[in-house]
Design a protein around this ligand. Structure first.
Ligand code: ADP
Ligand code: 5GP
Length: 208
């Protein structure tokens, strides 16, 4: 299927999950295996962590730069998370999807709820830790937050996870490879879905 000349619109894949669940780890592994997925690099006012690169992990910005982009309607969505701004730059998302490229967003639940309103055709996936105990271990083990930041993230984890009920899919990150396989299965199923927009083109070549 999809061998015809028409281009099926790329998916908008939105992944959220409490801090420390393993979103970065799992999505990096997914992107390494699937070079055709385009990762949407968010903008943020938070400081880079060791090893993070500007333009790769995030577009690191000053508060003034970020607020300037908000004024110019430059974001699909933005939210304030743990005292910093985070946002999805609008540029190129729709062009990529129109060209058949799948676009992946890793954003918090506030931002995802806004995208659910704006893009109801998005594929909304919530990543879950195997347990709350394991979540605490992972955040502490990562060792990138100070005590104050760590406590903020732990306190908001349960609230974040409750919003997961609004998503279409729930994926448990017990083992990275298994979580990646689950995400790939979701993406494959979504590619095979018959939607109103593409229905006629999918069947056209069979003259039915
Ligand atoms: P997030 O992006 O959701 O905040 P990270 O990807 O930074 O989470 O992962 C948090 C910590 O948990 C990291 O130290 C990472 O190596 C570890 N981790 C991620 N996935 C797993 C897993 N499946 N099993 C064990 N540890 C994991
Ligand atoms: P971190 O500081 O750990 O990289 O990210 C903190 C939180 O911000 C995570 O929940 C992450 O999903 C979220 N986040 C990252 N980029 C964006 C974005 O563009 N928009 C929104 N709303 N949240 C984001």
């Amino acid at each position: 299927m999809n061998g015809g000349s028409f281009v099926k619109k790329g998916l908008l894949i939105v992944v959220s999950g409490a801090s420390g669940t393993g979103k970065g780890t799992v999505l990096n592994a997914l992107l390494e295996k699937n070079a055709d997925i385009s990762y949407s690099v968010s903008a943020t006012t938070r400081k880079p962590r060791p090893g993070e690169k500007n333009g790769v992990n995030y577009h690191f910005m000053t508060r003034e730069e970020f607020e300037g982009l908000i004024e110019k309607d430059g974001f699909l969505e933005w939210a304030k998370v743990y005292d910093n701004y985070y946002g999805t730059p609008l540029a190129k998302i729709e062009e990529k999807r129109a060209a058949g490229v799948d676009v992946l967003l890793e954003i918090d639940t506030q931002g995802a709820l806004k995208v659910m309103d704006k893009c109801p055709d998005g594929v909304f996936v919530f990543l879950l830790p195997p347990s709350m105990e394991e979540l605490k271990r992972r955040i502490k083990g990562r060792g990138t937050e100070n005590e104050d930041e760590l406590n903020k993230r732990l306190a908001s984890a349960a609230q974040e996870i409750a919003v997961g009920k609004k998503y279409r899919y729930a994926v448990v990150n017990d083992e990275v490879e298994k979580a990646v396989l689950r995400l790939e299965a979701i993406i494959t199923a979504e590619h095979c879905k018959i939607n109103e927009r593409d229905k006629e083109e999918i069947f056209a070549e069979y003259e039915v």
